[in-house]
Design a binder for this molecule. Structure first.
Ligand code: FAD
Length: 387
């Protein structure tokens, strides 16, 4: 797994992007014995959103596709450390969503009903019970919450490394510091991928470059509607364990959890972020976060922030991913547009994607989330987006 490995001249499948999505897909393809597979990553592993996220993993969603996918994903997360022989610091402390308005409380009630119908043990809680789950919270103005004890958090880096190691062991090449510069298309088919380290002939390209996907799709003449938006996050000094769940507020987009190392890791919505591939941090975010977390849990007002960083959300117009075939370019497959929840989706999505490629037929989910939905006006609204 390096830039030192020679780049092959030909591959059956080239995956662009060495984030969690590209690696999970490559791993599933390699496990299925899908010929020669190459992953191209322009920088180091965990340089993209997969190394910059909050590690939140939840099945509490407001649409059936996401709930079902995430039920499986949580199961995979639970077994990941043992299977991949790497500690991913998975901790199932639950997710506690909070509503401070009637409209949001009603939304939570509808979600809970749907989630329970899909076998989740999510509970609608009142303010008193929410405080029992997270005593640090300010109960004032709290109308309702929803709590699912099975949701959790992971440490993203070893998760990515676990997939990359497993890919290498299965014979899939993971090439870091290998930047895709162009996609060659002839007679409506992908025929090769040009990189800063040479050209690879291939008939199958999987574009899993997160927020960079639109600029790479454009190399093949394909316009994607996703846009990159910076999302900031920070971690505090480590504290003794006191917070079980990841707490998320629907009104402010505030979320925070306590990592296994004791840090409070969190972020908040920031409506003023312009579109762009910007991974820098700003002071404005700290002000917004400090105000929101102090309102939600006043005792955290004295929390010392040790580190702040940022990554890019890969935003789609309806909040759902863009996956599967591109009708105009045979051999080009998309796996992007995962917004602020691609990390949790990757463990289940990789194997689904491998089955999709192997079967060579479009499963329902891949039809609903295909790029062509935008031209047809058939949007697949996701709901419950954080941050
Ligand atoms: C602050 C923050 C908090 C988040 N919190 C959560 C959370 O709690 N839970 C959750 O599930 N999700 C969360 N997300 C979202 C999640 O991180 C992403 O959805 C997920 O990591 C996307 O994975 P990816 O592999 O698609 O993209 P990335 O991880 O961005 O990987 C894409 C890769 O493509 C590479 N690349 C780009 N251009 C090229 C090129 N030309 N050639 C070769 N390689 C290229 C990039 O270097 C990058 O490594 C958060 C995101 C951010 C920014």
């Amino acid at each position: 797994m390096s830039e030192a490995q020679p780049l092959p001249e030909q591959a059956d499948v080239v995956v662009i992007g060495g984030g969690i999505m590209g690696l999970s897909i490559a791993h599933a393809l390699a496990r299925a014995g899908q010929g020669s597979i190459v992953v191209l990553e322009k920088s180091y592993l965990v340089s993209g959103a997969s190394g910059r996220n909050g590690g939140g993993v939840r099945a509490q969603w407001s649409n059936e596709d996401f709930i079902e996918l995430m039920k499986d994903s949580i199961r995979i997360c639970r077994d990941f450390a043992q299977e991949m022989r790497i500690n991913v610091w998975f901790r199932q402390g639950g997710y506690l969503f909070l509503a401070r308005s009637d409209a949001h409380a009603e939304q939570l009630a509808r979600n809970v009903e749907m989630q329970r119908a899909h076998g989740l043990s999510t509970r609608l809680v009142d303010a008193r019970e929410a405080l029992r789950v997270a005593p640090i919270l300010n109960g004032e103005g709290l109308i309702a919450g929803s709590y699912n004890a099975d949701d959790g958090v992971v440490f993203p880096w070893p998760f990515v490394w676990g997939y990359a190691n497993a890919c290498s062991e299965l014979g899939a090449g993971v090439h870091t510091f290998t930047e895709v510069l162009d996609l060659e298309v002839a007679n409506g088919r992908v025929v090769s991928v040009e990189t800063n380290r040479g050209r690879i002939r291939t008939g199958q390209v999987v574009l899993a470059a997160g927020a960079w996907s639109p600029e790479i799709a454009a190399m093949a003449g394909v316009a994607l509607p996703n846009t990159p938006h910076r999302h900031e996050i920070c971690a505090s000094e480590p504290l003794k364990p006191f917070l079980e769940p990841l707490v998320a507020e629907l009104e402010s987009g505030l979320y925070f959890s306590q990592s296994m190392r004791g840090e409070i890791v969190g972020g908040v919505s920031n409506a003023d972020v312009p579109e762009g591939l910007d991974q820098n941090s700003g002071l404005r975010f700290l002000g917004l976060y400090a105000r929101a977390i102090t309102r939600a849990a006043p005792r955290l007002g004295s929390l010392r922030i040790l580190r702040q960083w940022a990554g890019c959300y890969d935003i789609t117009p309806d909040g759902s991913p863009i996956v599967g075939a591109v009708d105009e370019v045979a051999g080009l497959e998309l796996a992007c547009g995962f917004m602020g929840h691609g990390f949790m989706m990757a463990p289940v999505f990789g194997p689904l994607f491998a089955r999709h490629l192997l079967r060579d037929e479009e499963a329902d989910l891949f039809a609903r989330w295909n790029l062509r939905r935008f031209a047809r006006g058939e949007l697949a609204n996701a709901g419950m987006i954080l941050g």
